[in-house]
Design a protein around this ligand. Structure first.
Ligand code: RTP
Ligand code: MG
Length: 138
């Protein structure tokens, strides 16, 4: 079944010059770009995006991190796109969970600075696509 997912290359991925590498992995997997944009992130957008984590102790530093520089936002499409991108990304902790061969496993050291975000369910994807690309057709 064809799905869409919202992907972010977080500020660490962009500032470290890994945008091309990450986009290339997405293309080689076979997922297609339906939208792709470099965006500056307001604190409001970041807080809305990560609203599920509002009560977590790391929320403040997460918002500070996500607003620290531009991100690349994309809508990807393909069969099982949500799971497919999370497979490419690897687990949240780049050392303890993500394995080599994944984006986080190959390029990350710390949980916060884990390079990419991908929607975790069809409901999240719908919400996040509307948030990041309000003009995107539903
Ligand atoms: P994401 O939402 O960014 O795709 O990552 P995820 O599903 O793998 O992980 P999630 O639990 O949703 O956490 C969101 C992001 O918050 C940062 N984080 N920091 N310091 C910490 O313990 C901690 N835990 C999570 C990470 O940037 C994580 O991706
Ligand atoms: Mg998440």
């Amino acid at each position: 079944m064809t799905e869409q997912t919202l992907v972010l290359i977080k500020p660490d991925g962009v500032s470290r010059g890994l945008t091309g590498e990450i986009l290339a992995r997405i293309e080689r997997k076979g997922l297609t770009f339906q939208a792709l944009e470099l965006k500056n992130v307001s604190a409001e957008l970041a807080a809305e995006h990560y609203a599920e984590h509002a009560e977590r102790p790391f929320f403040g530093s997460l918002i500070e991190f996500i607003t620290s520089g531009p991100v690349v936002a994309a809508v990807l499409e393909g069969p099982r796109a949500i799971a497919a991108f999370r497979q490419l990304a690897g687990g949240t902790d780049p050392v303890e969970k993500a394995v080599p061969g994944t984006i986080r496993g190959d390029f990350g050291l710390e949980t916060q600075f884990n390079l990419v975000h991908g929607s975790d369910s069809p409901e999240s994807a719908k919400r996040e696509i509307a948030l990041w690309f309000p003009e995107f057709p539903v």
